[in-house]
Each structure stands twice: as C-alpha cells, then as structure tokens.
Design a protein. Structure first.
Length: 221
C-alpha cells in the first residue's frame, strides 16, 4: 500500500506502520513462527509491476528445479496463511508463482497483457481448484479436538468440509500434499486427532504407533 502512495506521504505511512506488529517472529509461548523470506528488492519490483500494469521479469526457482529467468504478465498478489502468491500469465497461459521462490525481479517498461478489470477472488478459486485436482494430493477425513484446529489448518493444503461432531470434536475433510505429508501432520497432533479415512493412512499410523510402543515397552539396555 505504501508503494502506491505519493512520495510525500510514504514517510508518514511508514512511521504509522511501525506502531503495529502483525505476526511477529515468535508467539507468547516462544514458538518460532514459520515465515517466508522474500528479498525486499524483488518484492518491491513485483508490487510496482502489479500496480503499474507492466510486464515483470522474475528469476524463479520452482520446486526441485534450477532457477531461471522468465517474463510474465502479473495479475495481482494473493496472501494465504502468510504465503504470498503472484497469479500471472506467461505466453497467454495461466501461471501462479510463490513469491518466496522469486530470487530477483525486474519491472519492464512494456505494458502487461491483462484486462483492466480483474476478479482476483474468482481467479484464485479457479486456480486453487485446478491445483487440488492434480498430482498425488490426499484427501483425509479427520476427527479433531477443536483446540488443535488452527495447528492442523497451518499444515493442510485445503479444507473441503468442516462440521461439529456429536462428541464436541470437529469432523474435517482436508487435503494434504501426499500420504507422507498427511502422516507427518496427523502424528504430530497425537491423540487429539484421528484419521477416519482413508484406511491406508490409518494403517500407517498404527504401524508407527506399534513401533514406538515396541521401542519404549521395555527398559533401556
């Protein structure tokens, strides 16, 4: 927002912003928050290109791939659970870039090829649906203690359904990256969470619990 203000108002806005702290590095229990680091210069270039409607050149490191330069037409910025994404198009095809993977950026003088009006909420819903429909994503039905709800939501890709259960717990249908991701997330919640489906995940949790029981069932040598 500060970047969009006239230059003579930016200092005043910056001073006011320092009076507010949102999502500090640690909470009151001294737990370190998970944050994504985006170089300030790259973030500034991305914001300016989005606001000015110009093309953007980014040095982007996709997962498990070497970083390379690409030129995109930026549409907007979306922040979800402290992660910021850049919906854009590249050679006319829809693309979504995670800003923490942008190593450098450069606003170009050419105007971006994009409509003057944009429904960013609709675009995000559509791209989220496409993303969740592909790959090895795993949908899991979970019975959960409500006090651990936010902790669970910090780990999932999406929540498809949520409703209260008769015993005071919650029933959630959530999406994980894959079976390994789901096993890790459910195990860390202990007995506060129960995977109701799929059975393959329940079997994996049983096997891990049995292994721990065997390990700690006898005195150490």
């Amino acid at each position: 927002m500060v970047d969009a203000l006239p230059e003579d108002h930016q200092a005043t806005a910056g001073d006011a912003a320092r009076r507010f702290l949102v999502e500090p590095e640690t909470d009151l229990l001294a737990r370190r928050a998970v944050t994504e680091d985006v170089p300030a210069t790259a973030m500034g270039e991305v914001r300016r290109a989005v606001l000015s409607g110009r093309k953007l050149r980014i040095h982007y490191a996709a997962a498990d791939r070497p970083a390379r330069w690409r030129t995109v037409d930026p549409i907007g910025l979306v922040t979800v659970r402290d992660r910021t994404y850049l919906p854009a198009t590249r050679a006319g095809a829809d693309r979504t870039y995670r800003l923490s993977r942008v190593l450098a950026a450069e606003e170009l003088p050419e105007p971006a090829e994009r409509p003057d009006q944009v429904d960013l909420d609709r675009i995000w819903r559509e791209r989220s649906a496409v993303f969740l429909s592909g790959g090895d994503h795993l949908t899991v039905l979970i019975r959960l203690d409500p006090v651990r709800r936010e902790e669970l939501l910090d780990t999932v890709l999406a929540v498809r359904a949520e409703e209260p259960a008769a015993d005071g717990r919650l029933r959630l249908e959530v999406v994980f990256q894959d079976a390994r991701h789901a096993l890790w997330a459910l195990w860390r919640l202990g007995t506060d969470a129960e995977a109701l489906a799929p059975e393959s995940l329940r079997a994996s949790l049983r096997e891990r619990a049995a292994a721990f029981g065997a390990l700690y069932g006898t005195p150490p040598p």
